[in-house]
Design a protein around this ligand. Structure first.
Ligand SMILES: [Zn+2]
Length: 120
């Protein structure tokens, strides 16, 4: 997924899916998707977060919960592996969800706590 270069489908093949704005579904829109890996292109208005944004949040969590460097590194590797910066498949909403899932899984920090650390 993360290593796909992405080829967009034709306009008649688009799929109707919800799009998000301000973390809410704002209706359906035809979304193009990648014919190689099947990922649907993000059409949301909100700009994606950079990897640096998540690294800052991770650093803050690491300090607060005294996380070992090796675990921090594991999270960073996993974020990259899951393609958190994938411009095709990721929007803000999905990025945050993925980040929370990975942090929960590797560092065992509850979702509520991670969410509070995500700046607007
Ligand atoms: Zn693709």
């Amino acid at each position: 997924m993360a290593d796909c270069t992405h080829r967009t489908c034709g306009s008649v093949e688009k799929v109707w899916l919800p799009y998000y704005f301000d973390k809410r579904v704002r209706g359906l829109k035809p979304h193009p998707y990648c014919i190689e890996c099947g990922l649907v292109k993000n059409l949301s208005f909100e700009r994606r977060h950079s990897i640096g944004y998540f690294m800052n949040v991770l650093a803050a969590l690491g300090k607060e919960f005294k996380v070992a460097q090796v675990q921090m590194r594991l999270v960073a590797i996993e974020l990259e592996k899951q393609g958190i910066e994938d411009s095709f498949g990721m929007d803000r909403h999905l990025q945050e969800k993925l980040f929370i899932e990975i942090v929960k899984k590797i560092l065992n920090i509850p979702e509520r706590v991670v969410r509070e650390k995500l700046p607007e």
